[in-house]
Design a binder for this molecule. Sequence first.
Ligand SMILES: O=CCCC(=O)C(=O)O
Length: 330
Amino acid sequence: MATYAPQELAVALKDGLLSFPVTPFTADGAVDEQRYRDHIDWQSSFPIGGLFAAGGTGEGFSLTPQESAQVVRLAVETAGGRTPVLGSAGGNTAQAIENARAAQDAGAEGLLLLPPYLTEADQDGLLEHASAVCAATDLGVIVYNRGNAIYSATTVARLAERHPNFIGFKDAIGDIEHLTRVYATNGDRLFYLGGLPTAETYALPLLQLGMSTYSSAMYNFVPEFALEFYRDVRAQNHAAVTEKLRRFVLPYLDIRDRTKGYGVSIVKGGMKAIGRDMGSVRAPLQDLTAQDLADLSALLDAAGVRPAPADGAPAGTTADADAAVDTLAG
Ligand SMILES: O=CCCC(=O)C(=O)O
């Protein structure tokens, strides 16, 4: 049962970094419940705005509806009220409604509405798709401007007029004029979050377009660095942000860009490199090669961003990464 009213959820999310946890799989490909609980417990131990289970970095696009509800339930139970947990609703309209209701039943506080499956959609169709999902749940709904779901400023305004539980706009396109129109038209009626791959890269400029937060994939494995980065962005400390971009984020992008789909795979690579192995990604994604993993681990050391060892948890070291690389290299 949700504890946040939609507008209360928007207030909680908009001024905190947003966690998009990976979903660990066992060697035979099932959701690894214990490792997920351990990860959510760690991710929830820091001061974040919220946690999105089954998001993009959580390979939500590769989870069955049952698995999506399963990870939401696990995240809600493990977070234990330390931070609001949201689920995702994807697929065609009927599937998205089913996913939304399952996430609500699993205890989610809100929903990220993923783009509809496969088909192209024009504005009136997108409005009816998103409207049907908003009408099917009491939870706060955030639309994801991505792929075939490009919501115009007017469509966003029409959806906001219809549904008080429509609370947020997440963007993964990065069209400055479009974002300016959406923000100028809708203002404080919504909150805005960056969702481009490795969102830190764009966080400081997008702050000027109302994007007070963003989905941080790297928060999975370098939480302290990610939180310090977010603090510097909100303080508009250009020098500190630029220094962190140069030291870690930009060299990280160089590894990420070696293979399509690495945007998620590199996060699981980061988990291996810090000694918190979360298993492999599901097809169609590919795991990092042994060399890419070794390069990522070396970057963590060179940039000085490895997380502090938690009590009783593995203190991620180069030795851990070397072991992971040896395993990968066979
Ligand atoms: O780095 C950020 C992108 C992650 C994201 O938006 C998602 O996991 O859905």
